[in-house]
Design a protein around this ligand. Structure first.
Ligand code: AMP
Ligand code: MG
Length: 496
């Protein structure tokens, strides 16, 4: 197992982190190793030595060149400020640079307590490890910015949650794990120097073009805002609910991070919430865009002193931040609408497109239609010739066909403006409308088999299908289907 580490975060002053070693576990076993990702990262591996891979990815063996550390951050959790959080069960091993020059953080999650564990055990249960592996890797395959999963292991130890459950460790890979909450930590301590150092670090790493701007920190904030607008629009276009959009779970890099009680929707509803701890629906599906803006406002507040020089009035800094944050709404709307146009097979821009998309969502909600299947079946539907089977398939997921028929008529009229042939349009639509998503009941099935029977075949089969979410795979129809009434998962848990 060879990483070529090239660690920069560990060179920052020590108030950004605590150097911490993983805690040994009894009997680690490899569940899965992501060869494709390992290759992209330039990690060389001895495949014959599964036991060694298990030792490394459980934290029992520290690879050469790793400088394990846990980072400190704060965060607004459900709106309330927690002045000190930090990596309580995550350990940054180091950074590696790909042949293409891209830098990635390698982190173990669940490798034992750190100085930021508070009352937690620093461990992960197996269920959330499998869930994160499946969902994060699918997000990547769907084309969404996300942390990835390099490996998952069982520890051979139990962790105490609502009951005793098997423990696991997941190895996560990100362009960067620095969060909005990382800035909040230093800002709330009045350590503006550290905020500036962190901003410089993030600019160097993710937004080097900002250095050419009149004020690099303003350009930095603008770039972070743009990335979040794009990311959240993609979530919305896919029916994805993050579930815990606390500021400590929002990455500056614009990647989806911290897969806890996240979920893809089956039946569409604007107000859908799965997370067991989100009692007021703060992070409901339809609130995500505004929450993004709220979180970015918290980031902007930490950067204000960097927007002006000492002689200038603080109001100037606030005005700059406000104008950038105001743009977020329009940026988000543009990303979302372009995403919806792609989903509906529209290449031209027509003023009625937003209404058309919203009317479909309303119709889906009224008819309890499955989010993913609606768009997939739409992408199977020819316009210029009749295809009764495809029509029936689509109509079958709407409770009443009157409303959906009316919408389909409008859509087809709109398609008349387009130059694409049916087959061209359908090919394009299938590139953005997945056939398979990690459905909650399928994830649950995989977790149950692993936890209850030590059987990982269900997990592996699901993982294999989700490698190609946009491709219809023969014999895998069962993975497309929404849950039966008795299979519906109503709540998801952090598993912390
Ligand atoms: P989350 O909501 O999962 O992002 O976690 C919020 C905070 O709690 C983070 O600082 C985590 O590191 C910490 N945390 C969550 N679970 C554990 C655990 N089992 N042990 C220690 N810290 C934890
Ligand atoms: Mg977190």
């Amino acid at each position: 197992m060879e990483f070529t580490f090239n660690n920069t975060f560990a060179q920052l002053p020590d108030y950004f982190y605590s150097r911490t070693q993983a805690t040994q576990v009894k009997d680690p076993k490899l569940i899965i190793f992501n060869h494709e990702l390992a290759e992209q990262l330039g990690v060389s591996e001895d495949l014959s030595d599964q036991q060694k891979l298990a030792q490394v990815f459980a934290g029992n063996l520290t690879p050469t060149g790793a400088e394990p550390l846990a980072t400190v951050y704060a965060g607004h959790q459900f709106g309330g400020f927690s002045p000190q959080l930090g990596d309580g069960r995550a350990l940054l091993l180091g950074e590696t640079v790909t042949k293409q020059g891209e830098r990635f953080d390698i982190q173990l999650k669940g490798a034992g307590p750190t100085p930021y564990s508070r009352n937690g055990d620093g461990r992960s249960a197996l269920g959330p490890v499998l869930r994160e592996y499946l969902v994060s890797e699918t997000m990547y395959k769907l084309g969404v910015e996300t942390t990835r999963a390099l490996a998952a292991v069982t520890t051979g130890e139990e962790v105490a949650r609502e009951r005793l459950v098997a423990g696991g460790v997941i190895t996560r890979v990100a362009k960067g794990f620095v969060r909005v909450g990382s800035f909040e930590y230093f800002s709330s301590q009045g350590n503006q120097e550290a905020v500036k150092e962190l901003a410089n670090y993030e600019i160097d790493r993710h937004f080097p073009q900002a250095k050419n701007a009149d004020n690099p920190y303003v350009a930095f904030l603008a770039a972070v805002i743009d990335k979040q607008a794009k990311l959240i629009a993609q979530w919305m276009n896919l029916g994805f609910i993050h579930g815990v959009m606390n500021t400590d779970n929002m990455a500056i890099s614009g990647e989806t991070i911290d897969y806890g009680p996240c979920a893809f929707m089956d039946e569409f509803s604007y107000k859908r919430v799965y997370s067991s701890i989100d009692r007021n629906g703060r992070y409901a599906y339809n609130n995500q865009p505004q929450i993004g803006q709220w979180n970015l406002t918290r980031l902007a507040e930490t950067l204000l002193p960097l927007f002006i020089d000492e002689k200038e009035d603080g109001k100037v800094a606030v005005a700059i931040a406000e104008s950038l944050l105001k743009n977020y709404q329009q940026q988000y709307q543009n990303y979302w609408l372009n995403g919806m146009r792609n989903k509906l097979g529209l290449e031209l821009k027509d003023d009625t497109d937003a209404d058309l998309a919203n009317e479909l969502l309303n119709c889906m909600e009224d008819n309890q239609a499955d989010f993913t299947l609606t768009f997939f079946y739409l992408s199977q539907l020819p316009h210029y010739k009749e295809n009764i089977e495809a029509e029936n398939q689509l109509q079958g997921i709407f409770k009443q066909s009157k409303q959906s028929n009316a919408w389909l008529k409008k859509w087809k009229k709109r398609l008349d403006l387009e130059a694409l042939t049916d087959s061209q349009r359908m090919i394009k639509m299938r590139q953005v409308n997945p056939v398979y998503i990690p459905r909650n009941h399928q994830i649950e099935r995989a977790i149950r088999a692993a936890e209850d029977n030590n059987d990982f075949t269900v997990f592996h089969e699901l993982q294999a299908v989700l490698q190609k979410p946009y491709e219809l795979q023969a014999g895998k129809e069962a993975y497309m289907l929404p849950p039966k009434a008795e299979e519906v998962v109503h709540q998801t848990f952090c598993g912390t």
